[in-house]
Design a binder for this molecule. Sequence first.
Ligand SMILES: [Zn+2]
Length: 131
Amino acid sequence: MLSEELTPQLSRRLREWFLELADRLGWRVDKVLDSYRLAQRSVIIDVKDDGNVISGVRLRVPSESRDNTYYYVSVGPYGAKCTCEASVIRGEVCKHIVAGLIMWNMISVMKYGKWLDLNELAWLKNSTEHE
Ligand SMILES: [Zn+2]
């Protein structure tokens, strides 16, 4: 659903947003792109839409390494969670959460033309993962 619909201009903006996201997380860009691929294979369960802003999403994200395994992610302005081990046990911002963040952003851009402001997401700074 995502990349196919992007105009060149949008895709340039998206790349910039991915770079900013990688910087914020302390991740390599490759890892953010892994999350983008996961987002493309995810199923949206719920979208919180208050009429002029998307304030969060829930989705089902496939495992990268295990067949028929899915994690449930919710992201919003005040936090994010995922049912995977890294998130539940270690409280990490995992690839699935970032997939959720990317999906949230895409829905917001498609519907309202609003890009998520990563500066407003305080929980993003709490990533403990440095891979
Ligand atoms: Zn996860």
